[in-house]
Design a protein around this ligand. Structure first.
Ligand SMILES: *Cc1c(COP(=O)(O)O)cnc(C)c1O
Length: 237
């Protein structure tokens, strides 16, 4: 059996994903244009990433700083986001190079982003990560502390809060995550309605390969998809 090239896998999957997004958007009373597809490109080689960009992918997200920096000079023109856990000591290497950091999971991290952004004379755009499943193994703000965190971070300076991000628990039953997505959207809308300074709350980043249609049905306007676009990869390398 010959292995399929990753560009072939992408070519097969991309139109299917686009169609599913369009359907889900429609069922949520939206247009496909309202939903941003972000390709999660961890472990995907730069040639395949660039092939995807030339095929129409406009947003990419990396989840390791080192991998992002190693690819950074070589990406075709695209919107570059950071979606993985960010260590405080890596902030200075990352900011200014990414358009949006999805994974701000503590006040401490936000403070460092503010500090380094001030030093560079830029404003960094971020999402706050919410630990919607209350998982011990995951970082992020609890539902109850998220609004307070937006208020606090909005006072730091050189940071602009675009919205919220969540990674719900790995689902054993489909309906479960739907409830998490519903809860996330409620939180998102509640905070948006408060019109807090230095925040627009216009991005709700949730939904991955296995659950993006549910996420869109419950209000996501940015989905992060890896496996369903590029095929299964070995994350342990
Ligand atoms: C890898 C990754 C994704 C995409 O996950 P898939 O299940 O491969 O679609 C989304 N978000 C984050 C933060 C990731 O690290």
């Amino acid at each position: 059996m010959t292995e399929k090239l990753s560009v072939e896998i992408f070519n097969e999957n991309y139109p299917i994903i686009k169609e599913k997004i369009a359907q889900a958007a429609k069922s949520a009373g939206k247009s496909e244009k309202d939903i941003i597809l972000l390709a999660a490109t961890k472990t995907v080689d730069i040639d395949t990433v660039n092939f995807a960009i030339k095929s129409g992918i406009e947003y990419i997200g990396e989840n390791k700083v080192q991998e992002f920096l190693s690819k950074y000079e070589n990406y075709e023109k695209c919107h570059k986001h950071f979606i993985g856990h960010l260590q405080t000591n890596k902030v200075k290497d990352l900011i200014g190079k990414v358009e949006l950091i999805h994974s701000v999971d503590s006040l401490h991290l936000a403070k460092e982003i503010s500090k380094q952004s001030k030093a560079k004379g830029i404003v960094s755009e971020i999402l706050l990560e919410v630990n919607i499943g209350k998982e011990q193994t995951k970082s992020g703000f609890s539902v109850n502390e998220t609004q307070r965190a937006v208020e606090e971070i909005s006072s730091y300076g050189n940071i602009y809060i675009r919205g919220l991000m969540a990674i719900p628990p790995i689902a054993d039953e489909k309906q479960k995550n739907r409830n998490f997505f519903y809860e996330m959207n409620k939180l998102f809308v509640d905070i948006r309605d408060k019109k807090i300074d230095n925040s627009s709350m216009d991005i709700l980043s949730m939904g991955m390969s296995d659950d993006f249609t549910q996420a869109i049905s419950e209000g996501a306007n940015m989905v992060r998809i890896g496996t369903a676009l590029f095929g299964r990869r070995n994350y342990n390398i």
